[in-house]
Design a protein around this ligand. Sequence first.
Ligand code: PLP
Ligand code: ZN
Length: 407
Amino acid sequence: MSYVKGLKCRECGRRYPKEPIYVCEYCFGPLEVDYDYEKIKKKLTIKEIESRPKTMWRYRELLPIDKEPIVGLQTGFTPLIRARNLEKALGVKELYLKDDSVNHPTMSFKDRVVSVALAKAKEFGFETVACASTGNLANSVAAQSVVAGFKRYIFIPADLEMGKVIGTLIYNPVLVAVEGNYDQVNRLCSEIAMKYKWAFVNINIRPYYAEGSKTYGYEIIEQLGWKAPRHIIVPCAGGSLITKIWKSLKEFKDMGFIDKIDTKIYASQATGCSPITTAIKENLEIIKPVKPNTIAKSLAIGNPADGVYAIGAVKESGGWAEDVSDEEIVEAIKLLASTEGIFTETAGGVTLGTAKKLIEQGRIPKNESIVVCITGNGLKTQEAVKDKIGKPFRIKPALDSFEQAIS
Ligand SMILES: *Cc1c(COP(=O)(O)O)cnc(C)c1O
Ligand SMILES: [Zn+2]
């Protein structure tokens, strides 16, 4: 059963058939999935959703696949955690963490987008999948493509964290480490995508792939009891997740699942790579590309593909943006660990650090509901904190040695 009419240009509205294409031939605008919402409304109700298994596929009609999903069948429906200790630490009344650091199967929100992309690549008849990645995408494409039986080519910047590299190589894809930053990797991949008949999940499959991110937003609403929070702090790399979270709110409003959207969306980046937050803070309509220099490598995209749409989502919602230094990222990672017992990767340090800043600035009122997006797992970016935490007490296997050590 298909609920997708085709693709549509975000800029000029021109329509295209369902194909592995991503830019408008006329205005070079990005293409977006065009759904038959009337048909979806007849099928998808809150009651229907609640009757289904707790995975991202419970919102299946709002995802752009025509057949059944082939991978990531357990992906999504990650915990939304009421963070009571963190509330005390930050002096706020109602704070939640949407925790994709435990997403299945590769511990980041990228499992959502890859699950959709691979289903689509299969529908289109591709035998080879590929991606340009800042790390988490590499992990998810490598893992999930094993299950789906694709040939795999994965491209990363050569300086990624060990956890991201090993977390890719273990699935034995062709892993290409490019001597350059993500933007250079991405440019190279766009050239390769034109020449080789591969499904690049975040290039020629991007319109479909990106839709998977909406489920992160749907789940926040459902887990709050079919209510949108007042504030959501979102990490930005290419700027896709933030635009899709905003879209998820609007779709649930149009579907009648929530009665109003009273939510401000905040873009969050590392100061060492902050093209989106800088544009918002300086009130620019366009993105000035930067050369990334930050420990938050998963967010290190200097020329974000969806940057202008990210700015648009923030502005339309009445939100704002902020960025944090590498020291603030580490502080926030440690704060999350010491209050809520959650070990997030650098991207989670970015969002929590940003939340703290926005609360201190008074931009986010202390008595309104806040959701902080935790999108990845700290075990993958151990380099970031390795030298900033304690060391084990080394002792002899004897009681007196132990007592000496703790005294
Ligand atoms: C990719 C990624 C993001 C942001 O993704 P975009 O959609 O490109 O903005 C956020 N957090 C983590 C951990 C990621 O890997
Ligand atoms: Zn167009």
